[in-house]
Design a protein around this ligand. Sequence first.
Ligand SMILES: Cc1cc2nc3c(=O)[nH]c(=O)nc-3n(C[C@H](O)[C@H](O)[C@H](O)COP(=O)(O)OP(=O)(O)OC[C@H]3O[C@@H](n4cnc5c(N)ncnc54)[C@H](O)[C@@H]3O)c2cc1C
Length: 405
Amino acid sequence: MSESLVIVGNGMAAARLVDELAKVALGRYAVAVIGDEPRLAYNRVLLSSVLAGETASHEIELKPANWWRDRGVTLKYGCAVGEVDVGRRELKIANEESVGFSKLVLATGSNPLRLNVPGVELTGVHTFRDSRDVDLLLTLAAGKKRVVVVGGGLLGLEAAYGLAKAGAPVTLLHLMDRLMERQLDASAGALLKSLVEKKGIQVLLNASTSRILGENRVEGVELNDGQQIEADAVILAAGIRPNIGLAKEAGIPVNRGIIVNDQLQTGADGIFALGECAEHRGICYGLVEPAYEQAKVLAQHLAGRTAAYGGSVTATNLKVSGVGVFSAGEFLGSDRSEAIVLSDFRRGIYKKLVIEDGRLTGAVLVGDTADALWYLGLIRNRENIAAVRKDMMFGRPAAPLAAAA
Ligand SMILES: Cc1cc2nc3c(=O)[nH]c(=O)nc-3n(C[C@H](O)[C@H](O)[C@H](O)COP(=O)(O)OP(=O)(O)OC[C@H]3O[C@@H](n4cnc5c(N)ncnc54)[C@H](O)[C@@H]3O)c2cc1C
């Protein structure tokens, strides 16, 4: 009989793990996936496109129902797992049903951070994490509600763009002095701001929210400097927190995330974690690529093969509010590095390549990201760039790196 493997969470990491497992260990496990959301796993990244009206919600499903069936996976969706009993090797679903497991994988993702300010519990305060949130935001936009989005990182920008595109007047508040400060330097942040403002979004930097105004419903937002902004709704997009509650209550070691080793094994025997809920070598990744790399390693490990996850070199390569943005590596530079910069604000283009010891160590691109993957390859492979340095700002040479010398 197949060994029982239960995956908690039916998000992007879980779906990829099942995919990888089916390739290397088909039939070895009886797999059950239990997910809180009331639908099949979908591409969460594309929620931004759904909000912007560029993609229909049903089009973002990662796999159709028969794909799961064909792989013999038992799917329970719309079911939150409320408790894991490590010793008895069973978990409880909210309706008190018990499910036994031999091996368990926690793939519970993250939760949006709630601001710790008065008024955060008012009706009209929302987040942007799942398809239920998107449905709500689309209703706001359809009603032309005035919206304040708190957070000028990727999620906040995507929420602001989608809402503005759908017709809502949007003000974006960001605590820092530039947008996406974890991915962009000051010039890139300034260009992005001007491009976002051209889409009709009002952007306020250095804006610290002190309270959300209203009796029962949101009526506005007050900033630390006393400024008040009228609003019918507030979207909190100021960060995420790994969803570690289940693991913590089960006595599985956690820090910011659920602590895992190079085989994605938690501190409890036969229990694994991956994706945004996991913390590997002190890092909780908030992106999908590391989750996919982890899924591959975990599937190999569960198939009895030797595999180790050594961490991911992350890069941001996306359309933010309709603008191409790429950032990777040590993009700010240091005393030891030098930078080649192309700045053409009139055309909405900014490129910065950071070089150290004859190697590309970081890059930021705004407006023109056509060569992003080439730059990422150079950074990841630590290639010597002497042969291409002169022209590399203008893109990949026709001949391969070695031949270009
Ligand atoms: C709007 C948006 C845009 C994004 N854009 C990008 C992007 O451009 N690039 C990028 O790399 N990343 C992006 N991300 C992040 C990316 O979506 C995540 O990194 C990825 O989804 C992580 O996968 P995961 O499986 O770990 O978590 P999730 O996909 O969040 O899945 C976790 C699942 O577990 C479920 N769950 C939690 N607790 C329980 C429980 N107790 N019982 C049952 N089920 C439970 C949750 O309901 C959820 O369905 C974006 C995220 C959002 C919200």
